[in-house]
Design a protein around this ligand. Sequence first.
Ligand code: ZN
Length: 255
Amino acid sequence: MRARNYDANAIVLKYMPLNEADRIITFYTLEMGRSTAIAKGVRRPTSKLSGSLEPLNLVRISVVKTSSIDIVQECVLENAFLDIKKDIIKVAEAIYIAELVDAFSEDWEPNKNLFSLLQDYLKILDSNLFSPLIIRMFEMKLLDCSGFLPELRECLTCRENLPPDKYLFDIEFGGVTCSKCVNDSGNNGILISQDAMKLLRWLQLSSEVTKIKSMNLSKNLLSEVKIVLNNYLKHLSERKLKSAKFTNQVDLFNS
Ligand SMILES: [Zn+2]
């Protein structure tokens, strides 16, 4: 149960305009999980909230609940991650990780690890440690925080340890099938090389973000790992959307 009014450490995930001067803001908060509140008058330059509620900002918010909606009463800017905002590529990557957190989180269900992950990776993007593989590491850690870490040690079908080989990554079941079982499973997974498998396992186990920038990896290898992770994440978020839609339909039916 959430308190009536609340204070929270929050990261602005996105906003939508409302009326002439207001915005509906979606936050990811340490204390409450994902939450939504209205920032009244924020689009007027004279508003005390103006400027602090931009996407990707880390803020401290006070929110009050009225009979119908939650309203942001106060907001203190803690970090605007200005180095991200000077670089269009970093902005695109930061918006992408905010979208992933939005897709993999629930309203009013706090997940401290997920909040820390988002905050830590915004700090990394804001530093000179950024490289595309950092985003792959974020994706793997997000899967871990959300309970969808892929099985990369044993075959999904025969459960034997995976020998050095090429493998088939199954996005439906979140793991890998060995070459002996590929025909039995009849699935249409994504074929991955042994090097891509090694890199995926390293992303799963390691947190050595400082090492990433000096790693010299081929474009093909990076693209192989990106395709696997992106397809798996896309599949999971679509499944979540479908089940939310179904739950809403059942709620309507029962109301
Ligand atoms: Zn097998």
